[in-house]
Design a protein around this ligand. Structure first.
Ligand code: DAT
Ligand code: MG
Length: 186
């Protein structure tokens, strides 16, 4: 074997060794870096969905400029706001949200109303949030709602009743995920 061949072999071996060594280093750096690389690696929040409910400040209340007053009432009732955004639903999005009512006679009016303007969607946290939020809202028909409730104060008719609230923890989780991504919830 002449010097030239030996030299080439040595060079090849050196390149191979430095490649292997540098990929080990990268791997080490990667495993040492505590920052999450993907959203699935982010620490899971301790908060379960148990104390969460989903609420909407409906288009009638937003149009009437009642958003601030309703949010103040929510904070005064010791809810923590975990998610909040202003959206304007398309008719199709409103139909998807109220799918359980598809066969009801008021479905067309309800989905037309819910897509008629901006509304505020909210993820609300409190011990026993589903019931606490429904209690604060009052009965579906403002005419039957107790004094001091939001629907009594801000609702006009059974159709235009200012707020929405989930009716169970299971539906609260479904409704929150209909409108919010994980990143939008704190
Ligand atoms: P809630 O919103 O109190 O949970 P629901 O689930 O029975 O009441 O109905 C959903 C919405 O549909 C309600 O907020 C307003 C509308 N709605 C209900 N009953 C109605 C009716 N009889 N006429 C018109 N709209 C109605
Ligand atoms: Mg309902």
């Amino acid at each position: 074997m002449n010097k030239e061949v030996l030299g080439l072999l040595a060079l090849g071996l050196w390149s191979l060794m430095s490649f292997v060594f540098s990929s080990c280093e990268t791997e080490q750096l990667e495993t040492k870096d505590p920052r999450p690389k993907t959203k699935d690696q982010r620490p899971k929040t301790n908060q379960t969905m148990t104390n969460l409910t989903f609420g909407i400040i409906k288009p009638d209340a937003v149009r009437a400029g009642k958003t601030g007053s309703i949010i103040q009432r929510i904070l005064d009732a010791d809810f923590q706001i975990r998610g909040l955004k202003l959206i304007h639903m398309t008719r199709q999005e409103a139909e998807g949200f109220y799918d359980v009512h598809r066969e009801r006679p008021f479905f067309a009016g309800l989905t037309e109303f819910m897509s008629s303007g901006p509304c505020l969607v909210m993820a609300l946290e409190k011990e026993g949030a589903v019931k606490a939020w429904r209690d604060l809202m009052g009965a579906t028909d403002p005419a039957n709602a107790d004094e001091g409730t939001l629907r009594k104060a801000f609702g006009a008719t059974v159709g235009e009743n200012a707020t929405h609230g989930s009716d169970s923890e299971e539906n609260a989780a479904i409704e929150i995920s209909y409108f919010f991504s994980k990143l939008e919830l704190v």
